[in-house]
Design a protein around this ligand. Structure first.
Ligand SMILES: [Zn+2]
Length: 130
């Protein structure tokens, strides 16, 4: 199984990229009152999640890649499930899948983006004491 120290652990659990324990988002993913809002810092290791203004704008590149992956998956699924190809049906399924998964994809894009720049530190407790 994926354990702490692996970036996938942080991404799949949406936890702090440095300690893999603290929460990354303000609220749950499908809580629309704070739509995938990233916390200011990790409640566990105090890692500043916002190293510069508009830091998470770059996560749009990751969100785009995730959106394309969903689109390809839906098209392949559509080709496997139905005998005839219908552009309208496929387009509707892609739009529906993207809308339904938008909050999850947005959160995943941000945590993946954060994992590009922050790395797991086993000794994060020593860093805080110093
Ligand atoms: Zn942390």
């Amino acid at each position: 199984m994926i354990s702490k120290g692996n970036k996938l652990y942080s991404i799949l659990n949406i936890k702090c990229p440095q300690c893999h324990e603290g929460a990354f988002l303000e609220r749950k993913i499908y809580d629309f009152s704070a739509f995938t809002k990233v916390r200011k810092a990790c409640p566990n290791c105090q890692l500043n999640y916002h190293v510069e203004p508009s830091f998470y704008y770059g996560s749009m590149y990751v969100a785009y890649a995730l959106g394309v992956a969903i689109m390809i998956a839906v098209i392949v699924l559509n080709l496997l499930l139905f005998e005839t190809f219908s552009f309208i049906r496929t387009f509707g399924m892609v739009v529906g899948a993207v809308i339904i998964s938008a909050p999850l994809m947005n959160a995943l894009a941000k945590i993946i983006w954060a994992n590009f720049f922050f790395h797991y530190k086993k000794d994060w407790k020593d860093k805080i004491k110093a």
